[in-house]
Design a protein around this ligand. Structure first.
Ligand code: SAH
Length: 226
């Protein structure tokens, strides 16, 4: 997970405790515990010491995921977080999506044969159609980029690849999961409407606590169902 605010409820409700800070130089933290018959490791990117905010976006997420994979060899990697949704796809603040059937990057434009598709990525996700139906969750293609806002070109690329959910981490984590052959799934609760009237940053901050509460509940239901 990227942000502590998104993770707080899940850590509390699963009864996880801090296991490890992996290095004095890296802020990545692992919380862990048994939940039913499952072993959970929840990893936070941690706080950037230079800027005093949570590390978010693709780079910290890849490092976080790598540390998780080599230390704990998980059977499944779940990226839980918040995201922007689209009014044109009927998204509302508080809706929760599971990634299906793939996640990809919308801000890696490399117009050279081969590299064009590499940039977009399109990483397949763990099949979740049945689980989503059972839990009453939406499913959709998740689109990852390193900006909270968007340019007209971002929107065009998102539409071209049928993106319904916009956020900043999923495809990066899915790349590493795919590299290691570990099933990957993302669960994202909507904080803001990308094509709505409000500014993304104001809407995001206004709804972060509300969406994080729903994200926590739905993530635990998902873990129960997996
Ligand atoms: N300004 C915020 C920083 C969080 S950035 C703050 O100070 O708290 C947004 C985070 O939420 C990222 O981790 C991203 O994955 C997710 N997110 C939510 N809505 C998004 C959107 N519309 N576009 C991109 N990322 C979004």
């Amino acid at each position: 997970m990227a942000m502590r605010d998104e993770a707080r409820n899940i850590i509390r409700d699963l009864g996880l405790t801090i296991l490890k800070k992996h290095s004095p130089k890296l802020p990545i933290e692992t919380y862990g515990g048994k939940y039913g018959d499952k072993q959970i490791w929840l990893q936070l990117n941690g706080r950037c010491p230079r800027f005093g905010v949570d590390n978010i976006g693709t780079d910290p997420s890849v490092l976080n995921t790598y540390i998780g994979i080599v230390n704990y060899e998980p059977d499944l990697i779940l990226n839980a977080g918040t995201a922007g949704g689209f009014a044109c796809a009927n998204a509302k603040v508080g809706d929760t999506y599971l990634s299906h059937p793939y996640v990809y990057h919308h801000d890696r434009r490399i117009n050279i044969p081969g590299f064009d598709e590499y940039g977009i990525g399109k990483y397949a996700c763990y099949p979740c159609g049945e689980i989503a139906k059972r839990l009453g969750l939406k499913t959709g293609v998740i689109s990852t980029g390193n900006s909270l806002d968007h340019t007209p070109l971002d929107l065009e690329i998102i539409a071209t690849h049928n993106g319904e959910v916009k956020e900043m981490e999923a495809a990066a984590i899915a790349w590493l999961a795919t590299t290691y052959g570990i099933p990957f799934l993302a669960i994202k609760t909507i904080t803001d409407i990308v094509d709505g009237p409000e500014s993304t940053e104001e809407e995001f901050l206004k709804n972060l606590n509300y969406a994080s509460k729903i994200l926590g509940e739905k993530t635990i239901e998902l873990i129960d169902a997996l």
